[in-house]
Structure formats: structure tokens, C-alpha cells
Design a protein around this ligand. Structure first.
Ligand SMILES: [Fe+2]
Ligand SMILES: [Fe+2]
Length: 199
């Protein structure tokens, strides 16, 4: 079945996705501020770069609505209120929201776009859905490390990088202070967290 874009559910889903991505960007920016105030700079940086990626997703979806420029599009939707004062709870909420997007919202939007005859939009929903899965997995790993109080210690040898100056220290724990730039431990991350696991 093929539908005209102006009458499609897909144009509404693009606007829903734009709203969702825009809110995710703001939620992660707020969470980055919270992590910064608690000295958890590694989490501040992950929330910040993820916020920027959500903004990039928002632009990809928004740009698909070019032909409606100057008009308004009315949509309904449900959006989370994640006003948790705790960074760990912010991470858990982020895991939930990312998997909700990947497994439910964008999978459904992709199928609908396919059904309505918009394969390019369908492909975008699937590609960005895969990014949300990566986001969810990264946030989940960080939440687990926090729960185990293992954000800065490890059972095995790791390479720890100072996110301020890039200095790398090997060992089972991040140093209390960076020997090069003197930033505290909260600036260190396992280098294995910087890239997705290679399969
Ligand atoms: Fe996104
Ligand atoms: Fe995401």
C-alpha cells in the first residue's frame, strides 16, 4: 500500500521522533550537569556526547519534514518525567528510554513507513534505532559499574584515560589524581568504554 506523505502516519511519527529526540537531548544535558556537580566527569561527558547525538537524530528526522515548512503538525505522545536527583537513577531511566525507542517506537515507526511506501524514512528509523540500542547498552554498562561501585576500579588490569588531558594509566584502579593535569579520579574512564566492543 502506498500513501501520500501529507496524509501519512509517517509524517506524524517523524514529528513524534523529533519531539522525543529533542527532549532526550535536554534530559541528557540536565543529567550531565548533575553528574558534573557530583564530580562524576566521566558520566558528564557520556551524557554530553549522547545529548549531542540525540540532537543530530532530531535534525535528521526534522529535515524529512521539509515540505511542511511554515505549517504546524499536531501530534500526541507520552514522554517521561525523569527528575531524579541521583545520577544512577538517571542512568537507569536512560537505559529504559533508549530501549523503549529501539524496541518499540522506532521499530513500529519503521514498519509503518515501509507499509506506507517511504523506504528511506523506514531505513532512517532503523538506523537511528540501532544507535539508541548502543546508547542503551553503554548507559547500562555504566549503571552496572556504579551499582558495583566499580566505576573507577576493576578486577583486571585496565587502561584508564584522563578525559581532561588524555593521559593513560594502567592498573586495577584509576589514580586518585591525574599525575599530569591533577584532575581528580572522576575524570578517568576505562578506555574500553570509549568504543563499542569489537565482535
Ligand atoms: Fe536519538
Ligand atoms: Fe539515544
Amino acid at each position: 500500500m502506498s500513501t501520500t506523505f501529507v496524509n501519512s502516519e509517517t509524517r506524524l511519527n517523524l514529528m513524534r521522533a523529533f519531539a522525543g529526540e529533542s527532549q532526550a537531548r535536554n534530559r541528557y544535558t540536565f543529567a550531565a550537569g548533575l553528574a558534573q556537580r557530583q564530580g562524576l566527569h566521566v558520566l558528564e561527558q557520556v551524557f554530553t556526547f549522547t545529548a549531542n547525538q540525540e540532537q543530530a537524530h532530531a535534525k535528521v528526522f526534522y529535515d524529512q519534514l521539509q515540505e511542511f515548512s511554515g505549517q504546524t503538525i499536531r501530534v500526541d505522545g507520552t514522554y517521561p518525567v525523569d527528575l531524579f536527583p541521583d545520577v544512577l537513577e538517571q542512568l537507569r531511566a536512560a537505559v529504559h528510554n533508549e530501549f523503549q525507542e529501539y524496541e518499540h517506537d522506532y521499530a513500529r515507526f519503521a514498519a509503518k513507513a515501509e507499509e506506507e511506501g517511504f523506504p528511506i524514512v523506514s531505513h532512517l528509523f532503523r538506523q537511528i534505532g540501532s544507535v539508541e540500542k548502543e546508547h542503551g547498552e553503554r548507559f547500562s554498562t555504566l549503571a552496572q559499574l556504579m551499582e558495583q561501585e566499580a566505576l573507577f576500579v576493576s578486577q583486571k588490569q585496565e587502561r584508564w584515560m584522563c578525559l581532561n588531558c588524555g593521559h593513560i594509566v594502567e592498573g586495577t584502579a584509576a589514580p586518585a589524581v591525574c599525575p599530569v593535569c591533577r584532575k581528580p579520579q572522576g575524570w578517568f574512564t576505562r578506555t574500553s568504554l570509549l568504543l563499542p566492543p569489537q565482535s
